[in-house]
Design a protein around this ligand. Structure first.
Ligand SMILES: [Zn+2]
Length: 189
């Protein structure tokens, strides 16, 4: 990586003007908030299988000339990580690949971002002299994580009845029939 560019404090404007790109790999341990989504991050990094999860990332920026004034600054960000998460069906470990893929356009200030947000498909960011790309990578990966991590097919046996989420949710919401029965039995006539 070029020493001139610090991921914590990237001069996006200069980076884009030169049409540069950067990529690399970072240990998951460097992303505290993201690592919290992982199933016991300490354990999985200590486990014999060895390698701690790695976040692969790449950014690419460009300056796009527009007829009406200043050129636009764009940045494309890609990142992925294989994250061991806890399956919410069988409670076992499920290794999921989180993938972020986002385009940002930088604007002069918050007001412009708000004004143009509705009609823009890309994400708008306020241009700051030093952009924390680390944080951006982490935010994007966290947003790409499933809210309810699950195996496609759980490796352990699950009851045949638990076929879909709505049914599972209904089951959970329902009072335990055995508990209800026990209550009835105790009731004097
Ligand atoms: Zn599972």
């Amino acid at each position: 990586m070029d020493k001139k560019f610090d991921l914590n404090r990237l001069n996006v404007k200069a980076f884009a003007r030169d049409g540069l790109s950067l990529q690399g790999q970072l240990s998951l341990a460097q992303f505290a908030r993201l690592a919290e989504l992982a199933l016991s991050p300490v354990e999985s990094s200590l486990k014999g299988s060895g390698q701690a999860a790695q976040v692969s990332w790449a950014i690419q920026a460009k300056s796009v000339p527009v007829s009406s004034g200043d050129s636009q600054i764009w940045m494309h960000l890609k990142a992925d990580v294989d994250l061991p998460m806890q399956c919410q069906r069988c409670m076992g470990e499920v290794k999921l690949t989180l993938q972020a893929n986002a385009s940002f356009r930088f604007v002069a200030d918050e007001a412009t971002a708000e004004a143009e947000d509705d009609e823009s498909e890309e994400d708008l960011l306020v241009l700051v002299p030093e952009l924390n790309v680390f944080e951006l990578i982490e935010d994007e990966l966290i947003m790409s994580a499933p809210i309810v991590p699950k195996h496609e097919i759980c490796p352990t046996l699950v009851p045949m009845m638990a076929v879909d989420d709505a049914f599972e949710a209904a089951l959970e919401a329902r009072p335990n029939p055995f508990a209800a029965l026990a209550k009835l039995k105790k009731k004097p006539n």
